[in-house]
Design a binder for this molecule. Sequence first.
Ligand SMILES: [Fe+2]
Ligand SMILES: [Fe+2]
Length: 305
Amino acid sequence: MPGSGAGNDVPEVGTGLPVAPETSVMPLTASLVDSIGTLDPLPLTAQRLIQVVADEDSSFEDIVRVVEHDPAVGANVLRLANSTLYAGRFKVERLRDAVIRLGPATLMEIALGGYLKRVSCKAPMYDLSEDELFMHSAVASLAIQEISREASEVIPPTASLAALLHDIGKLIMARFQKVSAADVTRICEEKGVSFTEGERLLFGCDHAEVGGAIARSWDFPAGVVEAIERHHDFPLKSGSISLDAVVAANYIAKTIGVGLGAEGLNLKLDQDCLRRLGLEFDKFCRVCARTSARVEDLRRAYGLA
Ligand SMILES: [Fe+2]
Ligand SMILES: [Fe+2]
C-alpha cells in the first residue's frame, strides 16, 4: 500500500504498477479545446443552482426559488423526494418540503441528471455503454452522500456535483479520440501503467484534465474544477476535502462494480485521501455497502432499471 503499512487500510487494487510521479496538468491540444465547445451548454437551472449552492452567503430560500422557476425540475424534485430512493414516512406535496428532504446536492443532480443522460454517448474507448457511463457518475455522487455520513470531515455540497461530473472528460475523449479500449489497455500492459497513464501516453492528457477544462469553461467554482481535474492524481499529497471525497467516491463506485469498463480496477488510491476524510477501513466498507444497497433504487429513479 503506497504511503502506508497499516493493516487497517483499504486494500489497494491494481497490479503492483510502478508509482507514477504526482501528475501535473498539461496543456490540452487545440483540437481537444475546440471540441469542448461542441458540448451542449449546461441547462440554466443547473448553472444557477451551482452558483447558489457554492455561494456561502446564499440561503435556503434562494435554492427554493431557483427550483420553483423551473417546472420540469420542480416536478422531478417532487417525484424523487417521494421515490423509494428518498421517501420518508410522509409523502411530501410542497416543493419546499421536497427541497428539504433531498438537500442541495441531490437538487443539483436532478438539474444535471437529464443533461448528463442527454449528452452521454457510447464510449468504446472506455468500454462503457451510455447507461454505464451515466450510472458510474450518479453512483459516485450517491457515494458522496454515504461518505458524508461516515467521514470525520464535513463534505461540502459541491462535492456531490463534482462527483456527478468527475468523468465528463470521457465524453469528449470518447467522441474525438478514435481509439479502442484495446489500444489503451495494450499500452497499459506494455508500459505497466494505470489506465489514466495510458491515456496520457497516447494523447498527452487524460480525461480528468479534459474534464477540468470543461468545468472551467462552464465557470464552475474553483473547488469543483479541482476535484474533477485531479481525481486521478497519484499520489495525492495536497488538495481539498471535496477532491478527497471525489477520489474516494470514484473508487467506491468502481469497488462495487459500477462503471468498471476497460479501466476495471486499474487505478490507484492514495490512502492519505481516506485518512484525511477520516474513513477507516470499517467505515469505508460501510459506505460501500450502503451505496451498493441504493444502486437499484437509483437505476429505477432514472428509468434505467
Ligand atoms: Fe475518471
Ligand atoms: Fe470515474
